[in-house]
Design a protein around this ligand. Sequence first.
Ligand SMILES: C[S@@+](CC[C@H](N)C(=O)[O-])C[C@H]1O[C@@H](n2cnc3c(N)ncnc32)[C@H](O)[C@@H]1O
Length: 264
Amino acid sequence: MTSSDPAVQGAWAYEGLHVRALFEQWVDPVLEIAAVKSGDAVLDVACGTGVLAREAYRRVGSGGAVAGLDIGPGMLEVANSIEPGVRWVEGDAGDLPFEDDEFDAVVSQFGMMFFPDRVGAIREMLRCVKPGGPVVVAVWEALERSAAYPISVDVLQRMAGQGAADALRAPFVLGDTAELESLFREAGASEVSLETRIGTARFPSVRTMVEADLLGWLPVMGVNLDQALIDEILTEAEEALSQYVTPNGKMVFDAPAHIVTARA
Ligand SMILES: C[S@@+](CC[C@H](N)C(=O)[O-])C[C@H]1O[C@@H](n2cnc3c(N)ncnc32)[C@H](O)[C@@H]1O
């Protein structure tokens, strides 16, 4: 890492901590459900540091093409330094800078919770996919069904206040499957199907998981805590989350997610 830009440093932290522990494992299911194959043109919306787009790029081969769009320039700078072969585009999911019917598949994982206009973003994804092509979107299950996270949110609420706790609640707001499906119907999808899979969060330790949230995630949501408070939260969290620690000191827990497939 050479950049002194906090957004780029945050994106490297996100790539090193969260992507490995949580996001990487969803890449294969999402691309398999989207049936991405050699020669395809694929769009990854809210691509972050590019874990999904990178694997799509590998699968489509030299005859295909992949674009990754994100609103965060820091995320895209990291994405581009890892895989310059993908076309990285800064933009908003609600206003995709692509042609109608440009892609064989449009995919998106763990970004939709943060879109201010989710129906508009789904409408845009449906517009950019070829007729009959899939739009495949993964989102986290509800907070109360996400193992260790309700405990982490509780610790943050008590020790760092509502803003910090809400930043950690935000990724789980699309857990209700009826509401989730209705967003796709409202956006004009003619076909919508949904499956829930249980992934596994694997952090090297409780400390690493909590640091991932405090130093990797909260700053992305605009919440920066001072070091003394971070140290206190880490001590409290080691105790509160001890039930998820394996005999070799790792932290492992269920991480369920919904994967929606829609067609225009
Ligand atoms: C939890 S990350 C997921 C990133 C990536 N898909 C992954 O699997 O690692 C959420 C991403 O959504 C992006 N994002 C949030 N709002 C957005 C918007 N309106 N348009 C595009 N990207 C957005 C953020 O910048 C962030 O990179």
